[in-house]
Design a protein around this ligand. Structure first.
Ligand SMILES: [Zn+2]
Length: 302
């Protein structure tokens, strides 16, 4: 009798193992992800946030040869809302600050290859110095041959501010309470909130006025993210915030108020620009997870 009972317990144990293996496996499969690449200026010399046209082309060539799909930025919103599952090999191209080189160097390449992209503008700088003009921006947005969209990055709030009265700018405009030198004190949280609200609103209104559409996407300058910013940005109509230092790939289920990007367009600490091989290696670390998840999540999304 005891022997039979032991057998039953053993069979039950085996059955439990068989059932739990796929359950446990599913629990450890990471969610689908999407890579959003960041570039800034294109030209020579390769320094800071500027890489050469040839370097940028080598990235595109490598991605195309490896079979990557280029998605418009708007795919990120659909993905996060659960209305779209990106292919495992997919990237989104974004460009920050609105350099004129985007019109001169990047736009013709994207147009020729029908590659979509998004540009995050410092709206207060449009038309100044080495920046794009509104006429160029409108021309690119209205081009039926390629999908290029422009969203907000800041109006004037791109610079650093002093937060402790030592006259050394130390924090991003949007990230913290500013030192008010004349009054010898820091802003209150309410003053901070209203300062950034003013800039976020000015950037949104510039996009609406000059381009006739909203800016649900916003790239936070530098690493200047804060909870106050996330809340105020949401109130001002920015639904998806990119904060570059947080991680690597956008994943389903993550907060749309703190989305990561991959910096592909700046000079690395070793003094060199990102090579096509380095870029592909970085993306490959994601491919496996994407493939696994695509198999498992098929049917879960509409
Ligand atoms: Zn910037």
């Amino acid at each position: 009798m005891t022997l039979r009972l032991n057998r039953i317990v053993l069979w039950l144990f085996c059955l439990l193992c068989l059932v739990s293996v796929p359950v446990l496996a599913a629990a450890f499969v990471p969610t689908a992800s999407l890579a959003v690449l960041t570039y800034h200026d294109i030209g020579m010399p390769e320094v800071g946030y500027c890489i050469s046209r040839e370097r940028f082309l080598s990235h595109l060539n490598a991605l195309q040869q490896e079979g990557y799909t280029f998605l418009p930025l708007e795919a990120v919103g659909l993905f996060l809302e659960g209305r779209y599952v990106p292919p495992s090999k997919a990237v989104v191209l974004t460009f920050d600050d609105g350099y004129a080189s985007f019109y001169q160097e990047v736009y013709p390449i994207l147009r020729e290859r029908a590659i979509p992209a998004a540009v995050f503008l410092i709206t207060g700088d449009v038309g100044r110095g080495r920046r794009l003009t509104w006429a160029q921006i409108r021309e690119m947005e209205r081009d039926p041959g390629v999908h290029i969209r422009f969203y907000a990055h800041a109006h004037n709030g791109h610079e650093l501010i002093d937060t402790d009265g030592d006259k050394v700018p130390d924090t991003r405009f949007y990230a913290g309470r500013q030192w008010l030198a004349k009054e010898g004190r820091r802003e209150t949280t309410e003053e901070y909130r209203e300062r950034i609200r003013k800039d976020l609103r000015a950037a949104r209104k510039a996009i609406e006025t000059h381009l006739g559409h909203a800016s649900p996407y916003f790239a936070v300058p530098g690493s200047g993210w804060s909870r106050v910013l996330a809340r105020v940005a949401q109130e001002e109509g920015y639904r998806y915030l990119f904060a570059p230092t947080w991680g690597k790939f956008v994943q389903r289920g993550w907060s749309p108020q703190r989305l990561p990007r991959l910096d592909a367009g700046s000079i690395r600490p070793d003094g060199k620009a990102v090579t096509p091989e380095q870029l592909l290696n970085l993306l490959r670390s994601r491919d496996l997870r994407g493939n696994l998840n695509r198999t498992c999540s098929r049917g879960l999304l509409p």
